[in-house]
Design a protein around this ligand. Structure first.
Ligand code: HEC
Ligand code: HEC
Length: 340
């Protein structure tokens, strides 16, 4: 609650102050906090980043954009076990959502990028994702007067760099917050926003210990935890999580706890996409993380609660990209690729 709002209470009748004060205190005691709509400080940068997020010409094939794998029409992910990249190559791990990703303590399942700015240029250059080069990406962008003008306005430069492309995309991503979920409305005091059944699911989520790892405004995203804490997890996926970054044995199978915001929109679940449904994911979490077997009804209650975490999805007019001109390099998607 903002200082202004608290201050306003001082002039309200005593009874009302008491009621609202109790509600505010109750919300403050919950382990999950409501999401707030982002404040946009640099709209020109966000607008530029939005265009770049949707621009497939930033890929070698001219066909893959960030939105191909982080589809904002379907919860910011691709609905696949592993993503499909340049030349139909199979990705290594499931694509997490870009929604609310600015709330993460670090980016990627193993946290190898410290923030969105340093993350954004990764997929552009990744040979199994967009597979471009910094020269090719810069050449494309700088061939278009539309982009050049925007980069000039935002960065004061005549020539865009790969780093600026990443920076603008990251600025757009920080606006992808999804407030006003039914659960947030409940947290803010609207007790009719969720049903008794969903509330029972939330109470269970708290009492069995899911909140130990899934808490905060993102309902996750703020720690690395072992997948298979109580009972070991076996996956055909070779990823060892955090240990792949730190090379420390004690970090084996430590993964960033995923945000559960909008989780109903993005099956399949887990870094290897092994759980097809929320029911399966909840069952696995209960057994592996907490050593608990849920009844079918308990599981359904938790799933019902998780579904209340779907918030307002990003809505905006589809960005119109500067059209290619005579100087814009033409993609050649089927050309043989040099081994890197
Ligand atoms: C070919 C599919 C693909 C494309 C294209 C792609 N990504 Fe991703 N993205 C992934 C996958 C897979 C991961 C998870 C990789 C990992 O954790 O090791 C990921 C992870 C991320 C994350 C981290 C989220 C988190 O919770 O840790 C962000 C942010 C992101 N991508 C943004 C982008 C942006 C911006 C672009 C465009 C420049 C982009 N991605 C293009 C598949 C893709
Ligand atoms: C000890 C920490 C911990 C506890 C306790 C925990 N989780 Fe998780 N949860 C994680 C981690 C880590 C992952 C990511 C696992 C992976 O895919 O590598 C995860 C993943 C998930 C996912 C999949 C999200 C996605 O996008 O793939 C769901 C759903 C989930 N947890 C729900 C729950 C529920 C419900 C409970 C309680 C029954 C629970 N978790 C308890 C740490 C925890």
């Amino acid at each position: 609650m903002s200082f202004k709002a608290i201050h306003a209470f001082a002039v309200l009748p005593l009874a009302l102050t008491f009621v609202l004060g109790t509600q505010a205190r109750a919300a403050a005691q919950e382990p999950i906090q409501p999401l707030e709509a982002p404040k946009i400080t640099n709209p020109a940068k966000v607008e530029l980043g939005k265009q770049l997020f949707f621009d497939p010409r930033l890929s070698r094939s001219g066909f893959i954009s960030c939105n191909s794998c982080h589809n904002l029409s379907m919860g910011g992910s691709d609905g696949l076990k592993v993503s499909i990249g340049d030349r139909w190559q199979k990705g290594a791990i499931r694509a997490p959502t870009v929604l609310n990703s600015s709330l993460n303590l670090a980016q990627f399942w193993n946290g190898r990028a410290k923030d969105l700015e340093s993350q954004a240029t990764g997929p552009l250059l990744n040979p199994i994702e967009m597979n471009t080069t910094s020269e090719a990406a810069e050449l494309m962008v700088n061939s278009l007067p539309g982009y050049r003008e925007e980069f000039k306005k935002v960065y004061g430069t005549d020539k865009a760099s790969l780093q600026q492309i990443g920076d603008a995309i990251a600025a757009f991503e920080t606006t992808l917050i999804t407030p006003n979920s039914r659960f947030d409305k409940w947290l803010k005091g609207d007790k009719t926003a969720i049903t008794d059944y969903e509330l029972a699911g939330y109470e269970l989520f708290k009492s069995v210990g899911c909140v130990a790892c899934h808490n905060g405004p993102g309902v996750g995203g703020n720690s690395f935890q072992k997948f298979g804490l109580v009972n070991a997890y076996k996956s055909p996926n070779p990823s060892q999580g955090r240990a792949d970054v730190t090379h420390d044995d004690s970090d084996r199978m430590m993964f960033k706890v995923p945000l559960l915001r909008n989780v109903a929109l993005i099956p399949p679940y887990f870094h290897d996409g092994s759980a097809n449904t929320l029911t399966q994911a909840v069952e696995t979490m209960g057994w592996l993380q907490l050593g608990k077997k849920f009844t079918a009804d308990q599981n359904a209650q938790i799933v019902a609660f998780l579904k209340t975490l779907t918030g307002d999805q990003p809505t905006f007019p589809l960005p119109q990209l500067p059209p290619s001109n005579d100087e814009t390099p033409r993609p050649d998607p089927f050309a043989p690729v040099a081994q890197k």
